[in-house]
Design a protein around this ligand. Structure first.
Ligand SMILES: Nc1nc2c(c(=O)[nH]1)N[C@@H](CN(C=O)c1ccc(C(=O)N[C@@H](CCC(=O)O)C(=O)O)cc1)CN2
Length: 284
């Protein structure tokens, strides 16, 4: 079998196009233009690329974008004051603080300062709780974007065995919850998992989010599996690769996401989707 490519760029572009249409309808009806505040602290080069992509996506869908590029040494108190101002600014429907933050800042405390109705990353404890309880709330963008990608395959999600490699707060753990809520039998693998190849070989849907190039070998993949690679690793030659051996995995899988051009693009489009959802659900 040779896998079909799950084209995150095309699917993200289509989602953004639909959002642009909804924005023009709402503005024509006299409703507010959605606004997203993007806060970048420090000069991490990868973060600068991701933030640029988010601001560009805002422009594409005619959102207002409020940009805060702050020095790495910005005191925590200034960041709290900024979040408080954005929480009470009626033009702002979504707030995101780009991660990672410099070490002197408590990222968890800062994120929990955001009004959960404006937490378009879905990282606030209240939104994580809503996901666990299957209640209304804003959902973490990368896992939600992966669910959108899965809806573009010709395979059902319900009833499948999903194996998630990686248990991070913002990606692996909410990914397992999304797949569980969608009716998968889920297995989460982590650094203490004793037989990673054995679990990967059982996956109808495999999601890998670790950040280690080539961690998952192509020969481990169950023939016909859907492979979602969330890893984004920059090699010394400047190229980007995922966590899965792409060519060898593509020879066995039914569908596979590329890196770049897969999940990363969907993360940005889903952030924009969440911002429109916040505006419509909580502020109209
Ligand atoms: N506040 C947040 N911080 C971080 C998040 C997040 O969801 N919210 N996730 C990651 C980084 N991330 C989003 O910010 C992200 C990663 C990758 C991409 C992307 O577009 N990737 C492209 C390649 C881009 C490149 O050339 O480097 C692709 O995969 O095709 C966008 C966003 C950590 N921080």
């Amino acid at each position: 079998m040779t896998a079909r490519i799950l084209d995150g760029k095309r699917i993200a572009d289509e989602l953004l196009e639909r959002i642009k249409g909804r924005v023009s309808v709402r503005v024509a009806a006299g409703k507010s233009q959605p606004g997203l505040a993007v806060v970048l602290v420090g000069a991490d080069p990868a973060s600068a690329v991701y933030v640029k992509n988010k601001r560009k996506a805002c422009k594409e869908v005619a959102f207002r974008s409020f940009d805060y590029d702050l020095p790495a040494e910005t005191p925590e108190a200034d960041l709290y004051a900024l979040i408080d101002r954005l929480n009470s600014d009626a033009r702002v429907h979504g707030i995101l603080v780009q991660l990672p933050l410099p070490p002197h800042i408590d990222a968890t405390a800062l994120i929990n300062r955001i009004d959960p109705r404006k937490d378009v990353d879905g990282f606030h404890a209240a939104n994580v709780g809503s996901l666990v309880l299957r209640q209304r709330g804003l959902r973490p963008c990368t896992p939600k974007g992966v669910m959108t990608l899965l809806a573009h395959t010709d395979r059902p999600v319900r009833g499948q065995h999903a194996v998630i490699v990686g248990v991070s707060n913002h990606v692996g753990r909410p990914m397992a919850l999304e797949l569980l809520l969608a009716g998968c039998t889920t297995t989460s693998c982590h650094k203490f998992t004793r037989d990673l190849p054995g679990f990967v070989a059982q996956a109808d849907i495999l999601v890998v989010a670790v950040g280690r190039p080539g961690l998952v070998k192509g020969e481990w993949i169950k023939p016909g599996a859907i492979v979602i690679d969330i890893g984004i690793n920059r090699l010394d030659d400047g190229s980007l690769v995922g966590d899965v051996e792409f060519d060898a995995a593509a020879a066995r899988a039914s569908w596979i996401t590329p890196v770049p051009g897969g999940v990363g693009r969907m993360t940005v489009a889903t952030l924009i989707e969440n911002t429109l959802e916040a505006a419509e659900t909580f502020f109209d």
